[in-house]
Design a protein around this ligand. Sequence first.
Ligand code: ATP
Ligand code: MG
Length: 429
Amino acid sequence: MSKSLQAIRGMNDILPDQTPLWRYFEGTVARLLDNYGYRQIRMPIVEFTELFKRSIGEVTDIVEKEMYTFDDRNGDSLTLRPEGTAACVRAVLEHGITGGGQVQKLWYIGPMFRHERPQKGRYRQFHQIGLEVFNLDGPDIDAELIVMTWRLWGELGLRDAVKLELNSLGTSESRGRYREALVEFLSAHLDKLDEDSQRRLKTNPLRVLDTKNAETQAVLVDAPKMADYLDDESRAHFEGLKARLDAVGIPYVINPKLVRGLDYYSKTVFEWVTDKLGAQGTVCAGGRYDGLVEQMGGKPTPGVGFAMGIERLVLMLEALDKVPEELSRQVDVYLCAFGEAAELAALSLSERIRDQLPNLRLQINAGAGSFKSQFKKADKSGALYALILGDDELAQQVVGFKPLRGQGEQQSIAWDALAAHLATCVVQG
Ligand code: ATP
Ligand code: MG
């Protein structure tokens, strides 16, 4: 195929064999979010570039080198969203729905775009489910976010495969004091820092903690620790969070080097990580961002949120063999009809059945075909049962009901009794 007709590198089609697992995952999360009282918000995929520069920070990996930015026909600089928080904050401000201290517990789902090096678990178009809470400043809500994800891992069968890492970045004042101490320390060891870290020391020194370079990591062993610079309020907040996680029995490790890639975090930051996906180990990450709304032009409004990467979680479900068995079957019943009169009867019969059993997955044969070929299609569809409607059945107003997976003999069932019969033998999702 000519190159222009291929998908863009790092941007994947999700094929019909994969979508059942995606829908299972997304459906499980959506149900959980509903049950905890979160409401969905949908933002545009494209925003003014300025929005991301202002919120994410000019000297982050995302803004420096990962954004898909272009001028539109009016000459406005637009960017495909690299994450959801910025647009969500923009939306709540624009519509005034966090004004006067109104609490909002919001979630969103959709594609995000970052120009990174594509590899397993890292793509240029990827998908997140994210969540943001506004106007709640206590550790109770931070804990709720984490407890909810813990429940999700439980439902998905992933609890044993993920680990919670926690840190507190303090308030902007305490972070400022820490930053000074860190810069002073690192400046004294400048020659031992890798090139990236030397640059970050000037632009975004906390990010040096994030380095993958072994020599720089060795220097960091003796670096000042954020925990020693936390103000009383941040310390109490962090203790409150830990007490709640302990109460529910959620294990965690404190990772003093956890600073997150974005500029806007304060106090709580956390990541759920796994060792089942190679280098792309973070499946869900978030934290508190009490200064962000004000930085974006709103009244001071506490916020906290997280985002999880759907591709990585889907990969994990596959790698750990946690794909529910029932996802492999998409059809319950396959209706075969032979001859034009039978086809007409089959169509109206199937519509009557659908009225009575709205959740039944009933596939009606299309494209006619011999008995043998329709049967082959019925079997290939994965259906549990085939319904057979030919001239004889038509004359008697019955259908042949044939188990396809070895559960008994074919029998004849009257049209009027068919829905009731199907209801007893097909478990409806
Ligand atoms: P990483 O350190 O892996 O680059 P990040 O800190 O840039 O992650 P966030 O901005 O916190 O990621 O996004 C939240 C989640 O979205 C990540 O934990 C991950 O699961 C997922 N994610 C981020 N970037 C990508 C990507 N390029 N491809 C697939 N998933 C991604
Ligand atoms: Mg990244």
